[in-house]
Design a protein around this ligand. Structure first.
Ligand code: ADP
Ligand code: MG
Length: 433
């Protein structure tokens, strides 16, 4: 532990984040007030490959990190000497990407004689809420849901996170990304599916929901992911189209390290591989629901069978190519709407139950998937029914990866004098502290 300064309650912290495909730096006062935030996204480059390519991510971070930090300091009207500490994400994330931010932070800390503060990426996501909501204080129930995490925590204080529920396999964002990829939506899957589901009937196809007797707040998304692929292939079979290969989403990373698409070449939406594989068994099946049995959709007001408005394009460009590789657009909208609903139902139900059975009076959302429009609407709807429970949902730009949340999360450590040594290493699978 280094000890360049004595700890105090007031702080001005430079945060650095490079855990995946955003190079970001920000300056935050007292863990609450954002002075500047710069996010350089590599998304467009990775989109050509259908997912994040780790080596490309590292190389882009190397090019962007110094200009991004310089811009964040300039926008805050500061020089490096004016900050009290330098905070950086040490994990979880992609090793090569994390190392760029860490090396930059260490170099600056050493050169300027400032303390270094290593921050856990998921703690940072949760802490983003302190920036948006000046009145928010622990304890609260937090849902951290991103490409690498789907975890429910009871947050006791700024530095104590008790795990209540977790995914037993895929993270929710990973499931969105993989199924979007298999269905031809391309990358990034989550926001594209959010847009592609608009106008679809979420009750036309029912996807399975997993529950665990020995982990009431746990999630599992691998079954719904498999059911989604089977559903696409069943529909293809009806139209005498070749099946989408099992593993069409191959390459997404394990929990804690969203990663490579597996493809070495840029990914253009390709026709499905011509395999003879039958839909894979297990994980429950998606069930088409007859339209006569369905009421109008509560989310969209859509009446089954009636014409639907076209899906809006997602942020950053039009929908990728041929959805479902030849399946009818109306079917694909219902497919995306039903799949999204299954994921969102699980996230909302478990989080609400965790709060009701362990009352804190506050539910806090965090992570990239918290930008999902249906998730936000459903939480708002459910929280409104719970007297005495307030919902905290950060704006979308504070849900996805950014350095402001890193600087914010470091404030508690700064105030406690908890600094990191200059030997701090990247920890791609870092457990919650
Ligand atoms: P990481 O997973 O590296 O921590 P983020 O916290 O930025 O990164 O989360 C990225 C994940 O969030 C991706 O899986 C992405 O698909 C998902 N995501 C982002 N926006 C949405 C959205 N509107 N709907 C669903 N998922 C989304
Ligand atoms: Mg993240």
């Amino acid at each position: 532990m280094s000890s360049y300064v004595s700890p105090r309650a007031s702080s001005c912290i430079l945060g650095i984040e490079t855990s995946c495909d955003e190079t970001s730096a920000a300056v935050v006062m007292d863990g609450r007030r954002l002075l500047s935030s710069v996010v350089f996204s590599q998304m467009d480059e990775h989109a050509a490959y259908g997912g994040v390519v780790p080596e490309i991510a590292s190389r882009r971070h190397v090019e962007a990190i110094i200009p991004v930090i310089g811009e964040a300091l300039a926008r805050a009207g500061m020089e490096l000497g004016g900050v009290d500490a330098i905070a950086v994400t040490y994990g979880p994330g992609l090793a090569g990407a994390l190392l760029v931010g860490l090396s930059a932070a260490k170099g600056l800390a050493l050169a300027a004689g400032k303390p270094l503060i290593g921050v856990h990426h998921v703690c940072a996501h949760i802490c983003a809420n302190y920036l948006e909501f000046g009145d928010l204080e622990p304890p609260f129930t937090a849902l951290a849901v991103s490409g690498g995490h789907s975890h429910i925590y009871r947050v006791r204080d700024r530095r104590t996170f008790e795990l209540m529920g977790r995914t037993r396999d895929d993270a929710a964002g990973e499931a969105f990304d993989k199924v979007a990829r298999a269905a031809g939506l391309g990358y990034p899957g989550g926001p594209r599916m959010d847009a592609a589901a608009r106008g679809g009937d979420p009750d036309a196809i029912r996807f399975p929901r997993a529950r665990f007797a020995d982990g009431p707040y746990d999630f599992s998304f691998s079954g719904v992911k498999t059911a989604a692929l089977n559903c696409l292939n069943r529909e293809r079979q009806k139209l005498a189209l070749a099946p989408i290969a099992v593993g069409a989403w191959a390459g997404s990373a394990p929990d804690g390290a969203r990663a490579e698409p597996g493809a070495a070449q840029p990914h253009a939406p390709a026709p499905p591989a011509l395999t003879a594989s039958a839909p894979i068994a297990g994980g429950g099946a998606a069930t088409p629901v007859p339209s006569a049995a369905r009421p109008p959709s509560p989310e969209t007001g859509h009446v089954p069978g009636a014409p639907r408005p076209p899906a809006a394009d997602p942020p950053g460009g039009g929908l990728c190519g041929d959805l479902g590789y030849g399946l009818p657009p109306a079917f694909m909208r219902d497919f995306f709407a039903g799949f999204q609903k299954a994921i969102v139902d699980a996230l909302v139900d478990n989080t609400i139950r965790a709060e009701m059975e362990n009352r804190t009076g506050r539910i806090v959302l965090a992570g990239g998937v918290a930008a999902n429009s249906l998730l936000r609407a459903r939480f708002a709807e459910e929280a409104a029914k719970l007297p005495g429970v307030a919902l905290y949902c950060p704006p979308p730009q504070l849900c996805t990866d950014n350095a402001a949340m890193v600087a914010c999360a470091a404030h508690g450590k700064f105030a406690a004098g908890e600094f990191s040594p200059l030997t701090l290493n990247a920890s791609p699978g870092a457990a919650m502290p």
